[in-house]
Design a protein around this ligand. Structure first.
Ligand SMILES: Nc1ncnc2c1ncn2[C@@H]1O[C@H](COP(=O)(O)OP(=O)(O)O)[C@@H](O)[C@H]1O
Ligand SMILES: [Mg+2]
Length: 264
């Protein structure tokens, strides 16, 4: 079963990802996050507690979480609504597990050691036709990373490139954006290959992937390109770095499950 309403199209995710952020690159400032109450009820919302006697400030226990969420709230670090309820033991993942047990086992193994995998800059990439569950499985990984208190940024590739385009008004803008993309624990790129292939696109994709490769930072990605199309469509240098980060592609097969729920 799917929770997807009849008649919805794959565009819906992209719209939803786009809706996560108003999309101005200059708004992606880490310091702009508004101060919120201490979730533990300890500090005044500043992330610090002052020892009254010595007048010395110490980190509040909420501070690590605040830093992680400040980093992600300005990048797109939230699970889109459609995928918020994803879990291994419920549909559609439990359905996918019946037809693709090995693939689900690989994702489960990765998620079980999410902290170690992120620390080592190891990722995953999922490949298959439209509607085979790639995005669903990638969201499981992002959800696990967020649950472990890690910073995550989730983009479709077209959207990521649009933000980069906006940031590129200046060379510093581009470097700053790449720096921020590199500093998060997990970069989630949905739909690699869904962008027209131009020299500019190949170059930017390479900058993003290479920056993370050099910093040993993890990537989770999905693509509907076939293995033999990857180099041609994404560039050989980018693909070889993705293979190093993500290991072998996890292939998903089958009919477009979105279609099955569409009215005739
Ligand atoms: N094997 C499956 N069994 C049942 N539903 C599935 C299966 N794979 C995907 N779905 C459903 O199909 C829709 C598309 O899944 P999604 O993960 O977005 O696919 P993709 O990213 O591969 O295009 C979702 O509503 C999902 O719940
Ligand atoms: Mg998808």
């Amino acid at each position: 079963m799917s929770d997807e309403a009849p008649g919805e199209t794959p565009r819906a995710l992209d719209d939803e990802l786009r809706g996560l952020e108003d999309g101005r690159a200059q708004e992606l400032s880490l310091s702009a996050a508004p101060r919120s109450a201490c979730p533990l009820g300890i500090c005044d919302g500043s992330g610090f507690v002052i020892d009254e006697e010595s007048d010395v400030a110490a980190d509040c226990r909420c501070r690590a979480g605040r830093i992680a969420s400040a980093r992600t709230s300005t990048l797109e670090g939230r699970i889109p609504r459609r995928y918020q309820g994803v879990g291994f033991d419920r549909p559609p993942v439990s359905d996918i597990a019946r037809s693709a047990p090995d693939q689900i086992a690989s994702v489960r193994r990765y998620v079980r050691r999410i902290e170690e995998n992120l620390d080592r800059g190891r990722g995953l990439w999922l490949q298959g036709d439209v509607g085979t569950g790639k995005t669903t499985l990638a969201m499981l990984v992002s959800k696990a990373a967020l649950a472990a208190g890690r910073s995550v940024a989730i983009y479709s590739l077209p959207r990521l490139l649009n933000l980069l385009r906006e940031a590129m008004d200046s060379q510093e803008g581009k470097l700053d954006f790449l720096d921020r993309l590199t500093s998060i624990d997990l970069l989630h790129i949905d739909d690699l290959g869904a962008e027209y292939r131009t020299d500019w696109v190949l170059e930017q994709l390479y900058s993003i992937v290479n920056a993370r490769y050099e910093a040993q930072r993890a990537i989770v990605a999905t693509t509907n390109l076939m293995p033999d199309e990857l180099s041609e469509r994404l560039g050989a240098r980018t693909v070889s770095r993705l293979v190093e980060i993500c290991g072998d592609l996890i292939p998903l097969f089958g009919a477009d499950k979105r279609r099955e729920f569409r009215p005739a």
